[in-house]
Design a protein. Sequence first.
Lengths: 343, 259, 255
Amino acid sequence: MSKGKSFDRRTVLAAGLGLGASAALARGARAAAPPEARIGYFVETKPTMIAKSLGWFADAMKTKAVWHEMGTGAEINTGIAAGGLDFGLAIGSSPVAAGIAEGLGYQLIGMVDNIGPAEEMTVRAAANITKPADFIGKKVATPFGSTSHFRLMGFLGVNHLSQSQVTVLDMSPEQIVAAWKRGDIDAAYVWSPAKAEILADGGKVYETYKELDADGYVIADLIVVRTAFGRRYPDAVAGFLSAYGKALALYVTDPDKAAKIIAQAAGVSPAVAASNLAEYDFVSLKDQLSPEWLGPPGHPGKFASVLHSTAEFLVQQKSIRTAPPLATFAAAINTSYLAKVVG
Amino acid sequence: MRLVAGSARTWTGAASVLLALAAWQGVVAAGLVPGDLVPPPTSVWLAFVEILRHGYRDTTLSEDIGATLGRLLAGFGLAALLGVPFGLWLGVSRRASAAFGWIVQFMRPLPPLSFLVLLILWLGLGEASKIALLTMTAFPIITSASQAAVRGVPVLQIAVARSLGATPPQVFRHVVLPASLPMIFTGLNIALAATFSTVVAAELLAANDGLGWMVLSASKFLRNDVIMVGIVLLGLLGMALSRFLLLLDRRLVHWRGRA
Amino acid sequence: MKPERLWPFTVATAALLFAAWTAATALNLVNPLFLPGPGLLFSSFVDLLLNGYKGYSLPVHIGISLMRVLLGFGSGAIFGTLIGLGMGAAPLFDALAAPFVDFLRPLPQLAYLVLLIVWFGIGETSKIVLLFLTALPVAAIAARDGVRSVPEEQVRVARALGASPAQIFRHVIFPSALPEIFIGARLAVGIVYATLIAAEIIAGSNGIGWLVFDAGRFLRSDYVFVGVLLIGLMGLGLDFALRTIERKIVHWAGK
């Protein structure tokens, strides 16, 4: 039971010091490193594997990296929704559009690549398919929910073909290779290595990407981070992106060395790795900030509308229930971390 | 029914298996089936040795076997711990059975894999969702069997015990429980088999070790020989578990006539 | 003494659960992604019914799954029962076949489905073969146990009366084994059904199991729940159908 004045000078001084200290601590905590960073990734032939194998991500983030191998972008979405992942590395624009539309609580912070011709329609040379109408009555396989699926549905839509005219089959890339070898399918929309394998086995490219990209069916592989994680550990996020930038720079300056490292990590030969890599447009970190792609901080670029139209398409497909307005997608693009890295 | 004498049966069985293996090897060697599509026993053996020495994709064989077994035992164990008492209660209390029996009955035909995604959403990417899947597979089977076991106790036995002055708890401990054991065990047996079948499914998503994961991963990289190794190991493991339960059954529930 | 009326208890728990579910979702205590509310489920169900899902109508998805189950289970159960009867009747055959049946029985279906797909492709064949191989050992073991459990005296009496082995089999052994055969059949249906869903997930573009998995890919929990409920109802229906058939055929084996 203290008597006398309630606020004597010593108490005030102590309180003031305490407040100041906690404010300093809070600021420090924001810049602190996270206890660990959980990353969902794919085993694939991309520069991302360089940074992973050489531990650059962990070094740049100054923390332990916990790697979760995923099979599809949809799995990354499930992982983030379940609270089990902080980063999604090279997740396709289809799942990202879905994730933002469903309010999964992550932001788009960077790109890995603009897919362009890397995912493309391959037809059996013997099937003599030269125009869209030739696909009627044929069987086309693609992994459902992927960016390839998105493109294939776009192709059917643009050419007014229905799924009762063209049989679309849901297969994973390795199942596509097996089905192709058995002669069960006439065409497939998929990426390498599966694409390379079926091309080598009596396949021919049926080009769709230029027209589809022009019609707005742009697809890309992206980098996302859990919004809460990013807010709390912005330096770690910037570190993550810089690690990827370093890997990309290595690929640009020394593609042979890069291919070797990637081949090791992905379990393929350097030749296969090199040819796969050549198919992609790995947009540089600097270019990602242009209005053509993600835009500078506070001014989301064209990619916001790409995501928006992807989401609207997914609604048609019944993959998601509703597509929020363009503003939601614009708000989900956060290039402040990227800007810090590019400088 | 007369049976072939024990050891003669084992030898015949072994001969049968060896014959099948030889035929398999022969068919592939003769080029009737492509060797990469159907790996012959020799390449399966080589793949096994390779995995034994170097592991598969950053996991050792013992790690994979351990992970699968661990999940299986955890899931099954939890289901047994919860299911047997719960099922006994449902069997004893008609009211409880009316209140909760329908939930258990509805859970039974639900294929576990259909809500794996939901479990991951609720319980995360780690072991919890996988073990929950296995528990949900075993629980309704064990509960139903325990419930049926109690119901199946002859009313006469209970009446006799009562007339001899036994209290309800005594009746339960000395009449109902022992008489229920055989059917409870049958339920545990079936549940273990079902849980084992599901363990590969549990390793389908968000897993990076386990025998099931090994098989599924090998299929992505078209390593059919590794798939074979996984299948053989899983099969042998399954057989061992069945035998073990059969042994336990015979030892503990020995007064049963036939199964 | 009038037996106590029990249905109020069933209704009570059902109503309580339903109320809790409705309240939790209406008050937004749970993310609808994790647990959709009853209203949403109903409208999604109607949506699926009216508009189908990715190229096929809902009844077609269900029908395709049912067809796979019936074909796989039917062929596997019949073949398996024949094998099991043989194993029960002929000790030599039992000794030869037992290792394969005992190996196949506990083998996780998903593991060898992968191999079946490599061999038979991703179409119907691999799935039906998988279901066939799933039902076979279950039916075989049940039939074998059924034959083994026929009381010896019945067989001896029949033989004493001058019946031939074939007649003994048809009129004594087989009818006596029927209850066990049907127990095996009901067990097999359940396992086949679960396997079907797994098969449709790994290798499919249609069917109710595939629908649930595909919907789950983009976290369309509403479709997932509707699908799971339908799968559960279908399963109950299959079991009920089997029990009805059993009752008709095995009328003297009732309780």
